[in-house]
Design a protein. Sequence first.
Lengths: 313, 457
Amino acid sequence: MLHALIRRLLISIPVLFAVSILTFLLTALTPGNPAYTILGYQATPESVAALDKSLGLNKPILVQYWDWLTKAVHGNLGSSLFTNQSVTSLLWSSIPITVTLIAGAVLVATVVGVPLGVVSARRARSNGQVVDAVSLVGFAVPPFFLGLLFALVFANELNILPASGWIPPHQSVTGWLRSIVMPILTLGVPGAAIVARQTRQGMIETLSKDYVRSLRGRGLSEVSVVYKHGLRNSLGNVLTLLGLYVVGLLLGTTLVETVFAIQGLGSLAVQATGQHDLPVLEGVAVIFTIIVIIVFAIVDVLRASLNPKLRTR
Amino acid sequence: MFDLAYAPLISLNADGTLGPGLATSWNYTDQTLTGFELHLRPDAKFSDGTAVTAQSVVNSLQHEREANGPVAIYVNEIPSATAVDASTVLLHLKRADPQIGLLLTQRFLIGEMVGPTGLANPTKLGTTTDGAGPYMLDPSSTVANDHYTYVPNPHYWDQSAIHFKTFTVKVIANPQTALNALKQGQIAYTGGSFATVDTAKSQGLTVNSTLSSWYGVFLWDRTGALVPALKNIQVRQALEYALDRPGLTKALFGSYGVPNDQISIAGYEKDGYDPAYESHYTYDVAKAKSLLAAAGYPNGFSMTLGGTLAYGNGVVMAQAVADQWAKIGVKAKIQAYPTIPDMLTPWLGKKLPGIAGFYDAQPMFIEYGQALDPKAGTFNPFETSDPQLTAAAAAAYSDTDATTLPAAWRAVTDRAMDLAWYDPIATGATIDYSAKDLQGVALSPTSFVPDPTRFHY
C-alpha cells in the first residue's frame, strides 16, 4: 500500500508540470490583455505597451513560463498582476475557505446520503424509487441555481441566514457557522443525492450475494449483516464516487463562492480568469491539482482499510 | 474606493459644481488658460501625518505621468507643475484648458494626491494607502478581492466629516447576491443595472439614477478596410436614419433612458452638446434606403457587429440595431464576446468593423482626444481622420474666450455627427441602490458616481 502511495505521489509531479503548462498555454491563447484590464479600455497603445513590458508580458510565452517555473520551484509563485499581492498569501487566505466548504459538502453528502441509501435498499421498492427521483433532481439542479434559491428563501424571505460573505471562525464561531450553512448545503445536497443512489445500488447488490445469505443462516443479527458486512463491502464504490465528487466540487466552488460572495479558491480562479491574471491562475491550478492528488490518495487508503485485498497491491 | 483614502485637489459636488478639496481656491493665471494655480489648505495632512505641500502635489502629479497608468491620458494635459510657495501650485497646461478644474476632481482620479511615503514605495500602494482623505486602508482587516476595510484618518482636516468608525467595501460579483445583501442590511449601497432595477424596486430598495452616458453603435471601419460600404458617408448616415431611437430606447432602457443621437448628452451644453442638433437623424427608413441607393448599395451589405453583455448590454443592443438595419437591407451579424478584454483583441486588431457599447459623457474637450482624434487609440482603431473635424477641434482647443468656447465645441460635435462615425441611440442612466436610511447618495450627469465620503446615516 505504501509503495502504491509513493508511486502515486511520484506520478503527481509530472501531472503538476502538465497542469501548469496547460494553464499557461490556455491563458495565453485566450483573447485579452491584462494590461488593458489594469489600465482600462481607454488606455493608449503606448501605455499598454509600456505596461506589457514592465510586467514581462511582451516576452514569448515559453520564456514567460520558464521565468514562472524557475521561481515556482523555489517556492515563489509570483504576485497578482492586479493587486500586487503575493500569490502565496492569496492562496493561503483562500485555501481554508474552499477546503471548509468541500469538507462540509462531503460530510453532508456522506451523513445524509449513506443512511438514506442503506434504508432505501432495505425497504420496499417504492422507497428506492423515491431515492432515485430525489437523486435525479439533486443531480440535475445546477449548484448556482440551488444557491440562489437558498439565498432567496433563507436570506431574503426568512432572514435567518446571511445572504453573502464568509466570517472567519476566530472572529465569531456562530457567525462562521451561519455563513457556511447555505454554501455547504448548496454543494452538499446534490452530493447526498448521488451518494444515496450509489449506496442503495451497492447495498442491493451486496445483500443479494451468497455470503450474506450464509451470514443470515448462521444467525447473525440483521444489524450486523447490514452494517458490518453489507455496508462495509458496498462502501468501496461510494468512496471512489466521493473522490470524483470532490473533483466536481472544485468546479462547484467557483459558482457557489461567486453566488455567496466568498473569497475562496473558486472565486479567486473566476476573478483571475476574467482578468487574465496568469500568476494567480497558475497558483490556483497547482493547488486544485494538489487537492485532487491528496483526495485520491485518501480514497486509496480508505478503500484499502475497508478491503484487505487492496492492501497487498 | 480611491475616494475614501485619497482627497482630490478639487471636490466634485453631487450637482456637478466644483468645491474645495485639498485646494481651497484656484484660478487661471492669464487669459491663455494655460496656467492654473491652486491654493492648498494649510491643515491638510496625509494619513501618516506628513503635511500636504505644494511640492508633494508636484511630486504626485509627476509620479502619475511617469507611471503611465490608467490616468495618463488625463495627466498628460499637465506636462509640468511647479511649487510657487509652500501652499501654491502652478500647473503648466499643454493647451488652453477650460475644464482643468473638473479634471482635478475625484471623477478623473489625477487630482487625488499620494503622499511621499507612498511615492517612495509605489508597489506597496496595492495593499496600503497614503492619501489625505477621511479614511485609510486597514490592511490587517482587509482581504484582497473579498473586502477592504477603511478606518478614519486621524490627520484628516475635518474630523466632523468622518461618519463611520469602519467603512468596509465588500466585493460581490453576483448582482443578485448584492441585492440580497442590501435587502438584508449586510451592505448599505451597491451599483445597479438595467437588468436588476425592477427587482430592486420590487424589494423596496432605494433606486438612485441619473442620465450619464450615451449608448449606441461605434463604427470603427470608416476607412472601408473590412466593409467597403462603411467608407461612404451616405452609407453611414443611412445607418443613422434607419434607427428608431424612441422605440429602441423604450425597449432597451425603459424609463432609464431618453432617445439621443449625439455623442454627448443633455447637461453638457457648454461642453459639446448641441440642442440645435437634437433629433438630427430622425427615423426615416425611406431616406435611409435612398441614401444607400445613392451610395451604390441599393440592396444593402453585410457586416459584423461586436458586443458583450459586460459592456452596456452590448449584445442585446447590437441585436436590436441589427433588426432595424435589416429593414434597409443591411445584414449585421452579431459577434458576442464574454468580456470586454475578449472583445478588445479583435477590436484593436482591426478585425471588427463596429461594436455596440456606451461612453460615459465627458466634456468634448476630453472626448475629442479619446474618441475622435486620429490618434485617439482605443476609440479610433483605424486612425480615421477628417480635415473639417480636425480643424474644428483645433479652433476649439485654441479658443480662450469663454463666451465663444461652447459654440466652438458644439461645432466639433456637429461635424462628428455629420460624419456618422458613431450611431448613438440613447442617453442611458447610471443606476445604483442604497439602504433607505443611507444619506449622501446623490447623482447628476456630471457626477454620476456618488462620493462615498459623503455617505452617512
